[in-house]
Design a protein around this ligand. Structure first.
Ligand code: CP
Length: 295
């Protein structure tokens, strides 16, 4: 049976270690071949996730079929269950989905012969991005035991935080958050957060690895910040803060320049942004291979 990846919480530590091993092998140039068709449904826009999944499929020998916003019947109200059954009848092996709604709880996909892979669902999960950030951090720091990982910015709307915080905790890191009170979830207990900071200047003194998040204005249902200018000054990665970073910083992309991060520091030495992008291809090859190799 094919495997599904909806949430990082569905993965065992053995699964994650296997995915890291596969990512390393693919990154080192080793190749595996799979056969069949993969549907990529992206109801939200994407550059990195969409193109790296598509390239990953092709490097594994899988054929890709893409449907973007306004191009699938999900937007006419067709249920996920019926979508999956339809794709299965057409002989697809996997459906990679990016959607503005939450895929959990959805039990209907279990037992189906098509693999469902979450490429980002609403504010819920972005499993492959969480794995990218984890594996990039392991590559840079080695052991993550007691490493201080700080998420900064729009925590409330971040599926990257919800996937990554769990994974970092699983590997022994301490997770902190910093952002405007309006953009921090009222209950952080499910995410294993050990530190909450009001001041980003204090927070970056604490952190070994800072992960700036994108301010997700498209999900704002009210006015969470006074202005983007004041948000950048209070919480953004300015040139001055960049100099004071103890370790490295990440950003999942796309970066809002001069809102999340100053344009002049995005690709400087302490930035892992492009390492994350590069890792994305191999993580997605690993996830597809893991999901489909026994299917
Ligand atoms: N990080 C991320 O998911 O980027 P895209 O929206 O460009 O895929």
């Amino acid at each position: 049976m094919p495997k599904h990846l909806i949430s990082v919480r569905d993965l065992s530590k053995e699964d994650i270690d296997l995915l890291r091993h596969l990512s390393k092998r693919f990154r080192g140039g080793e190749r595996e071949t799979l056969e069949g068709d993969v549907a990529l449904f992206f109801l939200e826009s994407s550059t990195r996730t969409r193109l790296s999944f598509e390239k990953a499929c092709r490097l594994l020998g899988l054929r890709t079929y893409y449907a973007g916003r306004g191009e699938s019947s999900i937007e006419k109200g067709e249920s996920l269950r019926d979508t999956i059954k339809t794709l299965q009848a057409l002989g697809f092996r996997a459906l990679v989905l990016r959607v503005p709604f939450v895929l959990f709880p959805y039990e209907g996909y279990k037992g189906e012969e098509i693999s469902l892979i979450n490429a980002g669902d609403g504010t819920h999960q972005h499993p492959t991005q969480g794995l990218i950030d984890l594996f990039t951090a392991i590559e840079v720091f080695g052991s993550l035991e007691n490493l201080k990982v700080l998420y900064i910015g729009d925590i409330l709307h971040s599926r990257v935080f919800r996937s990554g915080a769990y994974l970092f905790g699983l590997y022994g890191a301490k997770v902190g958050v910093c952002g405007p009170k309006t953009l921090i979830p009222s209950d952080l207990s499910p995410f294993g957060v050990e530190q909450v900071f009001d001041s980003v200047d204090e927070a970056i003194e604490w952190a070994d690895l800072c992960i700036w998040l994108r301010l997700q204005e498209e999900r704002f249902t009210e006015s969470y910040i006074p202005s983007k200018e004041s948000y950048f000054l209070q919480f953004g990665l300015t040139k001055e803060r960049y100099k004071r970073l103890k370790g490295y910083f990440m950003h999942p992309g796309p970066v809002n320049l001069y809102v999340d991060v100053d344009a002049e520091v995005v690709y400087l030495d302490k930035s892992l942004v492009l390492k994350q992008v590069e890792m994305g291809l191999y993580v997605r090859m690993a996830v597809l291979y893991w999901a489909l190799k026994d299917g």
